[in-house]
Design a protein around this ligand. Structure first.
Ligand SMILES: Nc1nc2c(c(=O)[nH]1)N[C@H]1C(S)=C(S)[C@@H](COP(=O)(O)O)O[C@H]1N2
Ligand SMILES: [Mo]
Length: 377
């Protein structure tokens, strides 16, 4: 259901020159937390450390009611299905390790700043998602030959830029019915039932796609014979330079590398402090567009770049990969960066890729580090 409350075309706001974060952005930041960057050390993110992004409220689904949940598969299908979580758990399970990243990651570092969830670089996490391949459910329902898109509806409801709505996103039919990667209707995260904030009892997992496609609290899958034009598809999540620019849709994750910040932090500035001498650097890198080709590291603010050692993916194509680099710190101030490139030639830019939503911005991370002079014995 979509109802117009005020003007649907009201564009998202850009912060004025020099305008600090407002209470509206703080309220979002306090609800939607990022991955503490030191947790990049885990291959699989412990659930409480995985980033969270929820547009409206987390629906209240008491554990006792979770099995009363019904997922409807309808629209342009031969047979409408009504599936309980129990029924889905009885089907052969598939587990996929997936790195998920919010399309707005990095937004708060842009100039001018799009006013929305003010992510720095930490809107990412990797989990083992267990569920049922979406293509098997669609095959059971029998997709009509005129199908174009598959729409996913969550149980959460809100209003956004004047438009009252259920959270809804669609995938093109070929992606929804594909098996490489296999889109999942997931009921477990890291081997346990989905936590409330990650979509309990059911969510979509679309490996390689930015977070907005992974619809949580999934209650309906609707096959449609026209391109889906819901708010999150055609108003939000478009790469626009101006409010009236139709823009390209946000789809798969652009390559990014992040560092585990070395040494220890200053409480307020988060500046890192390291002792002179060998400082092993490590981090993670990923791309949802093509397999990773290389990660490079700079320890001089991006002036020079050196190849990092990139670990193999060990069969986890849709998960981040660890990289390492041996640095020797000398006294002074340094800026550390890492940048990823994938096999399709997509590479992280050194200049911000700006659009009004602050989406798919994979500007390289900058980590200021202070290396004090060794203290006299
Ligand atoms: N139903 C529903 N699904 C949703 C959202 C939402 O607000 N409602 N947020 C989306 C966005 S923008 C992101 S980035 C991911 C975040 O998933 P996570 O909170 O499990 O990390 O969920 C997506 N799925
Ligand atoms: Mo997101």
């Amino acid at each position: 259901m979509t109802r117009r409350l005020t003007d649907m075309s009201a564009p998202a706001r850009l912060a004025a020159d020099g305008e600090g974060l407002g209470q509206d952005e703080l309220a979002l930041a306090a609800r939607n937390h990022g991955l503490p960057l030191e947790a990049l050390r885990y291959d699989v993110t412990p659930p409480g450390l995985h980033y969270v992004l929820t547009h409206y409220d987390i629906p209240h689904v008491p554990d006792a009611d979770a099995d009363d949940w019904r997922l409807t598969v309808d629209g342009r299908v031969r047979r409408t299905l009504s599936l309980s979580p129990e029924r889905l758990r009885a089907l052969p399970p598939v587990t996929t390790r997936v790195t998920m990243e919010c399309a707005g990651n990095g937004r708060a570092l842009l100039t001018p700043r799009p006013v929305s969830q003010p992510w720095l670089v930490e809107a990412v996490g990797t989990a083992e998602w267990t569920g049922v391949p979406l293509r098997l459910l669609l095959a059971e329902a029998g997709v009509a030959s005129d199908a174009v898109d598959v729409v996913f509806t969550g149980a959460d409801h809100g209003v956004e830029r004047g438009v009252e709505q259920d959270y809804q996103r669609a995938l093109p039919l070929d992606v929804a019915t594909g098996d490489d990667p296999e889109v999942l209707v997931a009921y477990a995260m890291n081997g346990a039932p989905l936590p409330p904030q990650h979509g309990s009892p059911l969510r979509l997992v679309a490996p390689g796609w930015y977070g907005m496609a992974h619809v949580k609290w999934l209650r309906a899958i609707t096959v449609v014979d026209e391109p889906f034009t819901g708010f999150q598809q055609s108003v939000a999540y478009r790469l626009r330079q101006t409010p009236d620019d139709p823009g390209e849709p946000v789809t798969r994750i652009a390559p990014r590398a992040l560092l585990v910040p070395p040494g220890f932090p200053d409480f307020m500035s988060r500046t890192r402090v390291v002792a002179p001498g060998p400082v092993p650097l490590e981090g993670r890198a990923w791309s949802g567009r093509a397999p990773l080709a290389a990660v490079e590291v700079s320890t001089d603010g991006g002036a020079t770049w050196h190849p990092a050692d990139l670990e193999p993916d060990d069969g986890h194509r849709w998960a981040w990969r660890r990289w390492t680099y041996a640095w020797t710190a000398v006294p002074g101030e340094h800026v550390l960066s890492a940048r990823a490139r994938d096999e399709a030639g997509n590479e992280q830019p050194l200049e911000q890729p700006w659009n009004r939503g602050g989406f798919a911005n994979n500007l390289v991370q900058r980590v200021p580090v202070l290396c004090p002079e060794p203290s006299a014995p």
